[in-house]
Design a protein around this ligand. Sequence first.
Ligand code: PBG
Length: 337
Amino acid sequence: MPMTFPPAPVAFPSSRPRRMRRSGALRDMVRETTLAPVDFIWPVFLMAGTDSEETIPSMPGVTRKTVDRVVAAAKEAHSLGIPAICLFPYTAMEHRTEDCAEAWNPDNLTNRAIRAIKDVVPEIAVMTDIALDPYNINGHDGYVEGEVIVNDRTVEALVKMAIAQAEAGADILGPSDMMDGRIGAIRTALEAEGHQGVTILSYAAKFASAFYGPFRDAVGASGALKGDKKTYQIDPANRSEALRMVARDIAEGADMVMVKPGMPYLDVCREVKDTFGVPTFAYQVSGEYAMLQAAIQNGWLDGQRVMLESLLCFKRAGCDGILTYFAPEAARALANG
Ligand code: PBG
């Protein structure tokens, strides 16, 4: 009789699955998924000034850092074996305008940080965020006309932003805005401007989530945001739509795709990986980090264990890597066994 898969269950006591769980050595032999520092992308927050950091109350352990401190962080990340760092700017209020022109200023905080990191730690991949929210007086990812977040004019601005970041030396562009047509427009412009080697990690399946709250505190967009992002981010109820967005962004020229948030959307991660087979990342977002830290700080959860377990689960769900605020701490924990 040919063996079927999955094989018919072997009856007890021929089968005692606990035999293989009996010792650490046996468990190590049959572990299906592993976690390592190369699986992490570390998101960091930038601010103006020198040699200082500011705490973010809703994200214990995370700080906004001046460019020199971010360079030091990139060095540390590289020495820990973390392959990529992702930059998010806290833009001073005087640089937030209706036309968002600071977004493509070659000397804005992000672009200065890209150059500074690439000067000192050229080996680490620098990822950026493409969306107008850090530069927009109303906190939205796109231009607001009346009550409407307009698409096509926003895409033109995003293209300028992408080119400025590529020119500064970014390795990975992360469009996180969810406007239609932006991946194609950015890819076309990169080709035209001689940046054929710049990769795009599209926030393809980005949901309109309540888990982004602490991030908006970190970049100073919470107070500014009028309304919500439901006219451009995906409804958390929609799985097929998320898959269509991933298909579209791959077709338009994305090299890698992201599912965001992470832990509440592991079903989407698995389906994206199985359906498309492309490099798939998940973002364990600020609210997920805050939730775990709150319980850890209360002594309700074992910090190191839940941190590593929460990250391992992304790998089991099919992800190639995870954007996580835990990146350096998790890398250190993994190094210490
Ligand atoms: C902005 C952006 C957001 C995040 C990454 N890029 C917030 C949002 O869409 O409102 C969230 C990251 C996090 O919560 O950790 N386009």
